[in-house]
Design a binder for this molecule. Sequence first.
Ligand code: LHQ
Length: 259
Amino acid sequence: MNSSVLLEIKNEVASLSFNRPDKLNAFNREMALELQKKLDACENDTTIRCIYLTGKGKGFSAGQDLSEVTGDNIPGFDKILSEQYNPIITRIRKIEKPVVAAVNGVAAGAGANIALCCDVVVAAQSASFIQAFSKIGLIPDSGGTYFLPRLIGWQKASALMMLADKISSEEALQLGMIYKVFPDEYFAESSKKIAETLAQMPTRGLGFIKQALNSSFTNSLEDQLSAEQKWQQKAGKTYDFNEGVKAFLEKRAPRFRGE
Ligand code: LHQ
């Protein structure tokens, strides 16, 4: 049976592709648990230095598979969030490796918010983003109410969450929601290149940048300065820091190992 999340490793990049294309890669329980399992495998494999998340077919992900949340025997939303979505978001933020979201098509509901919690978010020209939740009486979950106001500001986040407007990748770029947009015909290649570049950089340093950013919006200045001090000390003890400085002084390209 084809897995709902495909894993391919090449050039030290682990590509994870959502694989329910007939449903625009909507998440059923199995797919949410499979994504968690594969994220764990990527975290533990030291040969993987960047994770690249994308979708098979036309969509990135349409969020929760709505056919699983109707009828009499549905699990409570408390269970769905604590078992399926919250662990995906916390894993992506905690993994000390860069995670690139390559949004190849529509990203709706939890699908959009999984993309937005990643470290670098790029989208194809024809992709779109929609905080679809309010259309069915729900609130943005999967970190939407945390990341979106931080990315684009309170007012725009509030309006997008309430109106559930579908916005193009160009609009998302202008709002500061995502990093770059690439033409559809070059999207796979251009987005993968970003992941491959990150995979050759000082992985541990990138992981520390991520940890420092995680605390940035909730810390006081003093606390954040202390956090920087803590992560910088760790960064200064890595092989790659040593190699980076040596290479600079020797006027040659560095050969980082991710150590
Ligand atoms: C789908 C879905 C889908 C099933 C497209 N489910 N089949 C957390 C906690 C607890 C409960 C609830 O949820 C959550 C988190 C959430 O994510 S809530 C938000 C859930 N997502 C949505 O409400 C989005 C629903 N989908 C849409 O609004 C549209 O499909 C979008 C805007 C994503 C794309 O529109 P189109 O490009 O026009 O595609 P389409 O609507 O024709 O969809 C293509 C197929 O995919 C279609 O199936 P069919 O058999 O008719 O070809 C859809 O039924 C199916 N599909 N989203 N979420």
